[in-house]
Design a protein around this ligand. Structure first.
Ligand code: PLP
Length: 379
């Protein structure tokens, strides 16, 4: 079986597993306890915090551990709006965000808050000026993803923060798909808040982090103890946090090599599919993209059926975001990019990862051609 669905989730790296198992076996203490058991667990959490911070050029005290990327996004968006001094709130985001950003924004709209969803071009890219044009006196937060999970398009977040300089508006970026795949420096980006998730970078599921720039006013969503500066109260999930820390350390060491190798495998996948099949379109082909991601539309076919046939042939891919698979609705990302409903329903996402080889890619191309042929597609 060949796995080309790394944007849905990644396998745990062996070194991450080792770190987590040793933590489960030996460090059961509560990090808030004063005795040696507690101190040992506290050291593990502190070291993980340093490792996460280093990967994104932040300070350790600016990292808040969360229960994953969705929770980090919710804390950023709802916490920024609740934490504002007073008055009405307005948030700006884009039409191509993950549900973990769109749904908190919709939730706010159901209260006294307004939201603007910026349009994107045919490559899924937002114009930085459109954020400035949409900004109002009461704009509390701008939330623009760093990299799109379905098509891989990188958004000009740094340009947006430059244009918004001097305003009190906070800028958040959902970097869940970007962290570990492209270099990230929160200071160069100029963001106040950045979300990341363990299971997208060969770490465990159910753990993530929110970078909160020092001095940023944010309100917690849950209430309890003092943990994570009171922003995410509750006893820390020490093994998961340790795993996330190790995954970030490994990502920092491997990032340049992984990006170069996966970029060339991705390009080769696209070239071979284009050469061997008719009626194929690479979505967001002209955008600056994540090196591991490609979204390909197969004219006349239904992607759901194609993905099932590919699974039977031993190739795991997806039709878009794993979180919206049950919807059977066309991708809101491709629709926002101008695809028709039928085109959007014919797109498959291939997302490569560390374990993939050039042999995998050639075998994947063969299986795609075979499945498309069987389904009466164009060869
Ligand atoms: N944001 C993006 C861009 C994602 O791709 C995902 C997961 O697919 C999330 C947020 C949610 O992260 P998590 O699965 O850790 O909750």
């Amino acid at each position: 079986m060949i796995y080309l669905d790394h944007n849905a989730t990644t396998p745990i790296a062996p070194d991450v597993r080792t770190e987590m198992v040793s933590c489960l076996d030996c460090a059961f203490g509560n990090p808030s306890s004063i005795h040696a058991f507690g101190q040992e667990a506290r050291c593990i959490v502190d070291r993980a915090r340093e490792r996460v911070a280093r990967l994104i050029a932040a300070q350790p005290e600016e990292i808040v551990f969360t229960g994953g990327g969705t929770e980090a996004n919710n804390l950023a968006i709802l916490g920024a709006v609740t934490g504002r001094e007073s008055g009405r709130a307005h948030v700006i985001t884009t039409a191509v965000e993950h549900q973990a950003v769109l749904n908190p924004c919709r939730h706010l709209e159901a209260t006294d808050c307004q939201a603007t969803y910026l349009a994107v071009d045919a490559d899924g890219c937002v114009a930085p000026e459109s954020a400035l044009e949409a900004a109002r006196e009461d704009t509390t937060l701008v939330s623009i993803m760093l990299a799109n999970n379905e098509v891989g398009t990188l958004q000009p977040v740094q340009k947006v923060t430059e244009l918004l300089k001097g305003r009190t508006t906070l800028v958040h970026t959902d970097a869940v798909q970007a962290v570990g795949k492209i270099p990230i420096d929160v200071n160069a980006l100029g963001v106040d808040l950045l979300s990341l998730s363990g299971h997208k970078l060969y770490g465990p599921k159910g753990v993530g982090a929110l970078y909160v720039r020092a001095g940023t006013e944010l309100a917690p969503l849950t209430f309890g103890g003092h943990q994570e500066h009171g922003l995410r109260p509750g006893t820390e999930n020490v093994p998961a946090i340790a795993g996330l820390g190790k995954a970030c350390e490994l990502a920092g060491e491997r990032l340049a090599d992984d990006a170069a190798r996966l970029g060339s495998l991705r390009d080769s996948l696209e070239q071979h599919v284009l050469a061997q099949l008719d009626g194929v379109t690479i979505n967001a082909a002209d955008a600056e993209r994540l090196p591991n991601t490609t979204s390909i539309s197969f004219q006349g076919l239904t992607a759901d059926m194609l993905a099932i046939n590919l699974d039977l042939l031993g190739l795991a891919v997806s039709t878009g975001s794993a979180c919206s698979v049950a919807d059977q609705e066309p991708s809101h990302v491709l629709l926002a990019m101008g695809s028709s409903r039928t085109e959007a329903l014919s797109a498959i996402r291939f997302s490569l990862g560390r374990g993939n080889t050039s042999e995998d890619i050639m075998a994947a191309v063969d299986r795609v051609c075979q499945a498309v042929g069987c389904m009466g597609g164009r060869r």
